[in-house]
Design a protein around this ligand. Sequence first.
Ligand code: ADP
Ligand code: ZN
Ligand code: MG
Length: 282
Amino acid sequence: DEVLLSVTMLRPEEKLLLGALRAEGLAARPLLMEDVAAVVAGQDGPPALAVIRNLSHRDAVNVSRRLEYAGVTTLNRSSVIEACNDKGLQSLLFARHGIPHPVTRHAFSYDQVRSAVSELGMPAVVKPVSGSWGRGVTKMANAECVEAWAGGRESADATGKLFPVVVQSYIDKPGHDLRVVVIGRTPVVAIQRVSDDWRTNTHLGAEVRRVEVTAEIDKLCGQVVDALGPGFYGVDLVEDRSTGELLVLEVNANPEFAKSSERHGVDVAGLYATYVAEQVSV
Ligand code: ADP
Ligand code: ZN
Ligand code: MG
């Protein structure tokens, strides 16, 4: 069975995946954007499945949609990639499915940001709906921050290209958040990301520490899978110190795992390859 691995480049994650897929006995090969034309033209017969690991969300959606329209199953599905690329859509999905998450408002203008921040109270968090590695995620500690943020952009951004953004209540967390890797329906590993920075992305230097997948983590991930369907996810959870409750912050459809796998010793690539092999054989 041929399995395609759609990539921009082979990061450590994709090298691990390629090896693991081949170890499952699958004929896996990298698929670059320029190779998509030949696949959807059906030149070599349809592949069994395509794993989507493109760096940019835009490329990931463009490739996965074309493959799906050509009848190829993709992991993740394009609709899932689209939802994971938009923190605004995610918050609506969480709300609809009763998944605990920070209170979120949608803003399409600077004035809507101002009023959402004053409605939710400060500190509040403003984030672009798309993006990762903590880029653009901003804490509004007080009204001066809001004016510095908005005033600086408002004049330059006449076309409002920045919008929509989401405005969230700031969750006072205990110095770390959680990243859970989900394969299919199963949370396979949970790590704490510990940081002095309030943004706990590993790209910003957070330390990782493996923790047990508790019943609460398992339940939240189950709700996420019920909402999005089975797939390969990095689910970010944050504990509200005032209530002790875990909230779902976001779901990533293209999580990095190589560095933390090495640290916590869970073979994420191998487990994912096994899941892919199961999907191919059904
Ligand atoms: P990204 O896609 O860039 O990772 P996130 O929404 O996950 O965006 O935010 C990055 C980090 O910022 C999170 O891992 C978390 O540590 C912190 N953070 C984001 N939103 C909130 C919030 N509402 N309250 C407290 N911390 C937050
Ligand atoms: Zn993200
Ligand atoms: Mg995140």
